[in-house]
Design a protein around this ligand. Structure first.
Ligand code: A2P
Length: 352
């Protein structure tokens, strides 16, 4: 079929990639509508060889829309996703607004596309850090089983939006020029204090919960379980814990992952083989030639790059890996458009 498509948040860091991913997608796009806030209504953006005008998002924006891709923040999704669904659109939401709703599938297509069949008009796109982690762990889980995961992330500033990219670049320039700079966005726009991100690592992404974990860490724990344990966000089948940090990298998150498998015959060669055969993963693991994934090489690519696979020196059945992926593409825009391509292929791109 042919689809009328809308992108909500089209002027944002993820939204601009959504335009790119839609223009390169296998979907038959009849029309594309670009939506944002009132502030950027009238802005012109390129789509293929056309210039499209950005419009303010209103409930009626969704009349006649078949597919709406949302990436304009949780409150915008909460307000407008129901309006879009009411008007017959299927929504793929990149925010955290509906991810933990038991009625809403949380999907990385290569990992749990079967969950798409249960949708009621809305599919949630997981957190960027969760996506690349499950992309690197799923081939291992399929071959050897998986019991435990301990991850530390090194996340790019673009995950906090265009303003965070600009802040880090301006702050870096000011620092090198010996000038003062007052940060207003990072680590978290809505939190009370702001810190220098340039030439610094901040162990805070999203706000702190009462238990000492940040909400980003909470998301990685519960989203991973929901995706890998059949929809159960509190499953004990896989133990997961996370430390999330922000590094002064513009694009592409890196993760150091410790994991324990069930099969005691698991070995590095088998893990490497499983990853290299998994759709969407690229193995870059050759220490003899200093080959390993790097953020600057992953930026602009759709794949998840995996390397540094090695056994733990003391725990049998335990290993370490390093993964890198473009947080705006597989972590957001590409995964969302890929969900739409799967829905189309599975004849599910309609509201039941
Ligand atoms: P706008 O450019 O009009 O502010 P980023 O993640 O890079 O910060 O981008 C956020 C995106 O969400 C932008 O496209 C922004 O549009 C959009 N947005 C923010 N608030 C609203 C709103 N109230 N309604 C619709 N879109 C919004």
């Amino acid at each position: 079929s042919e689809y009328n498509v809308a992108i909500v948040g089209a002027t944002g860091a993820v939204g601009s990639r959504m335009i790119e991913m839609v223009s390169e997608s296998k979907l038959h796009v009849k029309s594309l509508k670009l939506l944002a806030s009132k502030r950027s209504a009238g802005t012109k953006l390129k789509y293929k060889d056309q210039e499209l005008t950005v419009e303010e998002t209103t409930p009626d924006s969704f009349a006649g829309i078949d597919l709406a891709l949302f990436s304009a923040g949780g409150s915008v999704s909460k307000k407008f996703a129901p309006e879009a669904i009411k008007r017959g659109a299927v929504v793929v939401d990149n925010t955290s607004a509906f991810r933990m709703d038991p009625e809403v599938p949380l999907v990385v297509p290569e990992v749990n596309s079967e969950a798409l069949a249960e949708h009621h008009g809305l599919i949630a796109n997981p957190n960027c850090s969760t996506i690349q982690m499950v992309m690197s762990l799923e081939p291992i889980r399929e071959r050897y089983g998986l019991s435990r995961v301990i991850v530390t992330t090194m996340q790019a500033v673009s995950g906090a939006g265009n303003r965070a990219i600009k802040e880090t670049l301006d702050e870096s320039r000011a620092y090198l020029d010996g000038e003062d700079y007052k940060p207003e966005v990072l680590p978290v726009k809505g939190d009370k204090k702001h810190y220098q991100q340039a030439f610094n690592v901040l162990p805070q992404i999203d706000v702190f919960e009462d238990d000492g974990y940040t909400h980003e860490e909470w998301k990685m724990i519960h989203e991973t379980k929901k995706i890998m344990c059949g929809g159960d966000m509190d499953s004990n089948d896989i133990q997961v814990t996370a430390t999330c940090t922000r590094v002064p990298v513009p694009i592409a998150h890196s993760e150091s992952v410790y994991f324990e498998v069930l099969d005691k015959n698991a070995n590095v060669a088998g893990i490497q083989e499983a990853i290299s055969q998994f759709d969407g993963d690229v193995l870059q693991d050759d220490p003899d030639h200093q080959i390993y994934p790097q953020a600057i090489n992953a930026a602009g690519k759709r794949d998840t790059f995996v390397g540094r696979i090695r056994p733990d020196q003391e725990n049998k059945g335990a290993f370490h890996l390093w993964n890198v992926s473009d947080n705006l593409l597989k972590g957001a825009a590409w995964n969302s458009v890929e969900i739409a391509e799967y829905l189309d292929r599975m004849d599910l791109l309609h509201v039941k």
